[in-house]
Design a protein around this ligand. Sequence first.
Ligand SMILES: Nc1ncnc2c1ncn2[C@@H]1O[C@H](COP(=O)(O)OP(=O)(O)O)[C@@H](O)[C@H]1O
Ligand SMILES: O=C(CO)[C@H](O)[C@H](O)COP(=O)(O)O
Length: 549
Amino acid sequence: MEKYTIGIDFGTESGRVLIVNIDDGSIKGQCVIPYAHGVITEMLPTNDGTRLPRDYALQHPGDYLEVIMKGIPHAIKDANISSSQIIGIGIDFTSSTMVAVDEKGKPLCFHKEFQNNPHAWVKLWKHHGPKKETEEMFKLASSHKESWLKNYGYNISTEWFIPKCYEVFCKDREVYEKASLFLEAGDWIVSQLTGKVVRSNCSLGFKAFWNENSGFPVQFFEKLHPEFKNIVSSKLKGKIGYIGEKAGVLTDEMSSLLGLPKNLPVAVAIIDAHSAVLGVGSSKPHQLTMVMGTSTCHIMLSKKEIHIPGISGVVKNSIIPRLYAYEAGQSAVGDLFGWFAKQVPESLMKEAKEQGISVFDLLEKKASHLEPGQSGLIALDWHNGNRSILSDADLSGMIVGLTLASKPEDIYRAYMEATAFGAKIIISNYEQAGLKINEIFACGGLPQKNDLLMQIYADVLNKEIIVSASDYTPAVGAAILGSVAAGKENGGYDSVEEAVEKMKQPILKTYKPILSHVEKYKKLFQIYQQLHNYFGITKKSWMKDLKSL
Ligand SMILES: Nc1ncnc2c1ncn2[C@@H]1O[C@H](COP(=O)(O)OP(=O)(O)O)[C@@H](O)[C@H]1O
Ligand SMILES: O=C(CO)[C@H](O)[C@H](O)COP(=O)(O)O
């Protein structure tokens, strides 16, 4: 009888549940559940009239539970298999997405007294609320030459876990005191399934200043504020689980609610982008995976540890046991295209409707008739700040070269090129630091949706790009970890590498650079680099000033 695992990918806008065959990685069933409350940026769902500050991005934890409660039964039905064929579950989640819970694991926003308090809600990875707190942390850490900074590209991002916790500490002490634990959302889901708190070494390592040799920097927390020191012994408690391990088994209550076998193994959670690396089939050094969706993460595997300025982090054993994983990223890629697609004139929306295609596809079609450089435009892709290599959430986007003849497709293409130039800066940074890149994979929702984008990336990077045939690689990665959590004794696998080999997704296409484009993009990239350095380094205060007027 064939065996399957469940992989659940919690993205920015939706949760996706897959039922994956563990022998060949084929997807037998699926269910995508958009979050009913989406990304909460303006007003809390309780709608008491309070507007959220700019830069807030919150979520409703009930939306995640719906993915579990509705998504799992639907996906099993879609797969048309017996639930007894399921041998394990794996979870991946955007990160750092932080949930503050009470002693029973209930999110604080579910408490009546906190329902109108933004700090009691889930803080999504792209919540940029803790800017001031992050600056304070960074100043202190760099002035004390904190040794753990080197693991984070010598910087701290507002998008990470500790800045989010410190934001609650500074802005709302009542919520802080009431929180029994602060959890990564992926670990919270695992705790809902198993009844146990097991914190993933992947998100702890990349987002919480934790290191497997030195633990949390308790003394630094104390320097930050004497009362913040206790966060480690109180609100960050919990067993630490490693990628490839079992976090626990499904509680009896969950098995009967979901119609799943009793004692079903549940894997330690993994960050979504990192999970995609497994789904793509990357498990060797010198491979780089671009996980392209709302944002892009550029993840590399290597046997060696190098401390590289400007990256998001380097953590051992966080994707493939014994290898170092490196992460760098761009905070707005699909999000930038999505924002632009909403700004186009009515006439374009009408044209797309008449052709029965999306505005994205219409813009892509029109932009594909342009040659590199033809529009005379160049853009900076910092519409959600710059994650790598400048690590500055205050930076914003721009477009240079506009004339009265500029068309929406010119701007759209300039934005696509800007994200490719941003990726080139990140990749060059890895290479200059001594990480050799032999292969580049691309996956996530974007590569399959946008052919022109992938050709532009191949041309700008002047490298071949191997695109995965699956737009669900994070969920497949989670299913891979579910099969390792099950272990050989239950028909699963003993090692992550073995499971990756069996369950990795097929390749859709390899994009090769077009030489004439490569030459033109080399020139455009030089201009991009100058804009990048001028507005991102020399005159970086300008963008901050504009926001604070
Ligand atoms: N054809 C397209 N071209 C460019 N961007 C697109 C296209 N279709 C969707 N997008 C953008 O891609 C993002 C969705 O990516 P996806 O990987 O599916 O989600 P997530 O990042 O939440 O995992 C959205 O930000 C959307 O604006
Ligand atoms: O920071 C990240 C991983 O470390 C991701 O960018 C974040 O989780 C959002 O992912 P997505 O664009 O797939 O929604």
